[in-house]
Design a binder for this molecule. Structure first.
Ligand SMILES: Nc1ncnc2c1ncn2[C@@H]1O[C@H](COP(=O)(O)OP(=O)(O)OP(=O)(O)O)[C@@H](O)[C@H]1O
Ligand SMILES: [Mg+2]
Length: 258
């Protein structure tokens, strides 16, 4: 569109069926660079399916997904992540590692060596290791978890485990973050911590797409809300607009306030 910058993430007429179920049905929208959009809608609306199509875990049956103007069709999740499109998994297997090492694993997946240990490393490997360690520290500081860097990841409460799963992805320096229900099951204080992290990341220019059912949370972080119902976009706009949309109230919000 004239006068508007191209979206960093483009979704054009994307569809995904499972048998007779149209999980995602002709969905189109663009996500502006540096924006924070929430994707909401009833159970089974197709939110996770769409996120998985964007991340590359599912192949759409039709349509086009682009990152910075490049068609990502056929790109593996790994290649998409290397290009900056990263997924934060809600459930992170916390290995018996300390928090710093668990964060470093996020980077090791993308380096030449992988997570190997040994004393006969060439100098470039040590440099790489140092760089990864620095990235991991930076990521832990961003999410406010640096004070737990030496603790065992397994021992963290759920809220801090979520922060760790975000840090692990941030350590790869992504440009677009995809999150599926990041605050589900968390206590109020833990939600506030994540809210602050997402706002801070937004202020740093990171693009975020958050799928979430917690409407209070959505209302407090989203600058734009996209509503899916039975695979289709039924509303797309700022919270002030979407919260009064009749179709959204009928399909999803009911008495919940956004
Ligand atoms: N792997 C699959 N095989 C078959 N059907 C699936 C598969 N994944 C999702 N579906 C179906 O596709 C539709 C969309 O599911 P999806 O998980 O994307 O919804 P959602 O919006 O994420 O819901 P929720 O809010 O409950 O997480 C549902 O009807 C679901 O049963
Ligand atoms: Mg889902």
């Amino acid at each position: 569109m004239a006068g508007q910058s191209a979206p960093t993430l483009g979704i054009e007429a994307v569809s995904k069926r499972f048998g007779a179920v149209r999980a995602v049905d002709d969905v189109s929208f663009g996500i502006e660079r540096g924006s924070l959009a929430c994707l909401i809608g009833p159970n089974g609306a197709g939110k996770s399916t769409l996120l998985h199509c964007i991340a590359g875990f599912l192949s759409p049956d039709g349509g086009r997904i682009s990152l910075d103007g490049q068609d990502v069709a056929g790109w593996s999740p790994h290649k998409r992540a290397r290009a900056g499109l990263a997924t934060v998994f809600q459930v992170m297997r916390a290995p018996h590692l300390d928090v710093l090492s668990a964060t470093m694993i996020g980077c090791h997946a993308w380096t030449r060596t992988g997570f190997v240990s040994g004393i006969l490393r060439p100098p470039w490997q040590w440099r790489e290791e140092r760089r990864i360690r620095e990235e991991a520290w930076r990521a832990l500081e961003l999410v406010g978890l640096a004070h737990r860097a030496r603790d065992t990841a397994d021992a963290l409460p759920l809220g801090q485990l979520r922060l760790l799963s975000v840090a692990r992805v941030l350590a790869q320096r992504p440009s677009v973050l995809l999150l599926d229900e990041p605050v589900a099951g968390l206590r109020a204080g833990e939600k506030s911590q994540l809210r602050k992290v997402f706002r801070d990341l937004r202020a740093r220019g990171l693009t975020q797409i958050i799928v979430e059912h917690d409407m209070q949370f959505v209302g407090s972080v989203a600058e734009r809300i996209i509503v899916l119902d039975r695979g289709r976009v039924i509303a797309d706009g700022p919270p002030a607009e979407v919260r009064h949309d009749e179709a959204v109230i009928t399909a999803y919000l009911g008495t919940a306030t956004l």
